[in-house]
Design a protein around this ligand. Structure first.
Ligand SMILES: Nc1ncnc2c1ncn2[C@@H]1O[C@H](COP(=O)(O)OP(=O)(O)OP(=O)(O)O)[C@@H](O)[C@H]1O
Ligand SMILES: [Mg+2]
Length: 304
């Protein structure tokens, strides 16, 4: 599967720049995680690439098809769960999934079978026949995911599918996405950086509508100055060094970010002083902070 953009830009109401000259070319069967602060442009990107919204300038392609001039063809290959999507309250979950599938061309029987299977996979089998308005917020999100999973579309857009899901449900959804990613491209936006890291075969960081970077977690980590984390569990640990970033977490716990050489250089001292410690590679949240930390977020817009 392939997703490309060339100088893709979107300005709302001629003044709010949501995407600015975004250029990327990704051939991937797997999960493409998109992360960024509120207002970074993630949803705008998803809406344009899923043919819902026109770009202001530039172009986007899904499997070499133009998302504007070939929108009808593109729609046959994609399935989307928008950020704010909720099921129709008067339909049951099974009716929701099966009507979506029939609308995509499946027969009534196939739609019912596939619908039941998808609801089972999302742990909604007991709720097949209650009206969707009686589902909890998380169950409604799961139902929206069930509809796209059942569609077998090769390219799937999920805009914050796990927001509002409990911890265990989130992990179940991770497993499901990992299972279904074979032969598919899943474009996933999320604010859970742990999720973006675990699932993302490629990760894109957006900020104020611009591409900050794109790559595998190891590529991103190799570009930051402090790719290692030392976690020290001791109340006697004190250190000052300009090349290290020291974050006291509590009286007994300190995190130190630094280069491999610097961090491993501290190990003899820790061993001699019998301090408990671990050394880890920086997580995506550490990396994200290093990419974006210190900068101001987007300026508040004055709409009134
Ligand atoms: N319909 C709209 N009209 C005007 N401005 C908009 C509209 N939709 C989005 N924007 C602006 O475009 C920018 C990008 O919004 P977008 O929804 O793409 O961000 P996001 O990264 O999805 O944020 P979040 O993490 O909060 O969902 C924001 O500054 C937002 O205020
Ligand atoms: Mg969004």
């Amino acid at each position: 599967m392939r997703i490309q953009t060339s100088d893709l830009s979107k300005t709302y109401e001629k003044k709010y720049i949501a995407l600015e000259n975004l250029t990327l070319d990704l051939s991937l069967n797997g999960i493409f995680s998109i992360i960024g602060r509120n207002g970074a442009g993630k949803t705008t990107f998803v809406r344009i690439m899923s043919t819902e919204l026109m770009p202001t300038s530039g172009s986007g392609f899904i499997n070499e098809m133009d998302v504007v001039s070939q929108a009808i063809e593109v729609r046959q290959q994609i399935a989307v769960v928008p950020q704010e999507a909720r099921p129709l309250p008067w339909l049951t979950p099974l009716q929701t999934v099966s009507s979506y599938l029939m609308w995509r061309g499946y027969s009534y029987r196939e739609a019912n079978e596939k619908g039941k299977e998808a609801l089972r996979e999302l742990g909604l089998e007991g709720k097949e026949s209650v009206k969707s308005r009686k589902l909890s917020g998380g169950q409604k999100r799961k139902l929206m995911v069930a509809t796209v999973i059942s569609s077998e579309a090769p390219i799937v857009f999920l805009d914050e599918p796990t927001t509002g899901l409990d911890y265990l449900s989130r992990k179940e959804l991770w497993q499901l996405l990992s299972k279904m990613k074979k032969d598919r491209l899943i474009i996933l936006t999320t604010h859970y950086l742990e999720e973006a890291e675990i699932l993302g075969d490629q990760i894109m960081i957006l900020d104020s509508g611009k591409l900050v970077d794109i790559g595998k977690i190891d590529d991103l980590r190799s570009k930051v100055k402090l790719p290692y984390v030392l976690k020290v569990y001791s109340d006697n640990f004190k250190i000052e060094d300009n090349e290290l970033q020291v974050h006291p977490v509590s009286e007994k716990e300190t995190f130190v970010y630094g280069s491999a050489t610097k961090i491993y250089g501290l190990v003899p001292y820790l061993v001699t002083n019998k301090m408990k410690f671990t050394v880890e590679e920086a997580s995506l949240s550490n990396i994200f902070e290093q990419y974006l930390g210190g900068e101001e977020g987007e300026n508040e817009k004055e709409d009134w």
